[in-house]
Design a protein around this ligand. Structure first.
Ligand code: B12
Length: 158
């Protein structure tokens, strides 16, 4: 496992991360990038891949009980897919309290339109990472997670 002093500083202990895209999104290199990034920070990553059905994600989240679910989407349908998905995760008693973050190219012009991040957080995401967010912010979010903590609600600044 790769671990440099900077990443060691933000990962006091490894977490289990369930990484996935959304059902409409077939892009994969974003997932490869995030898996490598998180593993280098010292976390365990289960990568469900691209075009994951909402029901499969809820099922896997319920079975694996990860410390964090990371949703990556870049095809421009992030808001619609994200809102639908988080509704299902928050409706299931098994996954209701699991921290879930979403990031990538959330809108059709890369960034997220005004208010989109706020709507995603209000719908239940624990944090939203815009396309230009510092990837280290995800590491800081993970490092700040407490065991079995209630989901945090925030919008990450770039
Ligand atoms: C390769 C590619 C494809 C390939 C994908 C092959 C594959 N196996 O992945 C193919 C040809 C299949 C494809 C299809 C489509 N694509 Co495409 N694709 C690209 C392209 C050229 C590169 C994407 C890539 O691999 N990047 C490398 C990875 C490592 O970086 P990334 O994806 O940008 O992710 C970074 C950040 O977003 C961030 N990030 C991502 N997720 C998360 C999550 C969190 C939590 C955090 C913190 C950060 C984070 O971290 C990554 C590293 O910085 C981009 C344009 C571009 N130059 O980016 C378009 C692009 C993503 N595609 C686009 C589009 C529109 C499509 C199609 C809809 C085209 C069409 N009309 O059919 C389809 C969608 C298919 C689908 N069902 O999803 C648009 C999306 C528009 C938007 N959101 O603004 C882009 C941006 C091109 C454009 N400029 O218009 N595509």
């Amino acid at each position: 496992m790769l671990m440099n002093p900077v990443n060691a500083a933000v990962a006091p202990r490894g977490r289990t991360v369930l990484l996935s895209s959304v059902s409409s999104d077939s892009h994969t290199w974003n997932l490869v990038f995030l898996q490598l990034l998180l593993e280098e920070m010292g976390h365990r990553v289960i990568n469900l891949g691209a075009c994951v059905a909402d029901e499969l994600l809820v099922q896997e989240c319920s079975a694996i009980r990860p410390d964090l679910v990371v949703i990556s989407t870049v095809n421009g349908h992030g808001q619609a897919d994200g809102l639908r998905l988080i509704g299902k995760l928050r409706a299931d008693p098994e996954t209701r309290d699991t921290p879930v973050v979403i990031g990538g190219k959330l809108g059709i012009t890369g960034g997220a339109p005004e208010g989109m991040a706020r709507r995603l957080v209000e719908a239940g995401f624990s944090a939203v990472f815009q396309d230009d967010a510092d990837p280290a912010a995800l590491g800081r979010f993970l490092a700040a997670l407490e065991d079995r903590a209630e989901p945090r609600r925030e919008v990450a600044a770039p």
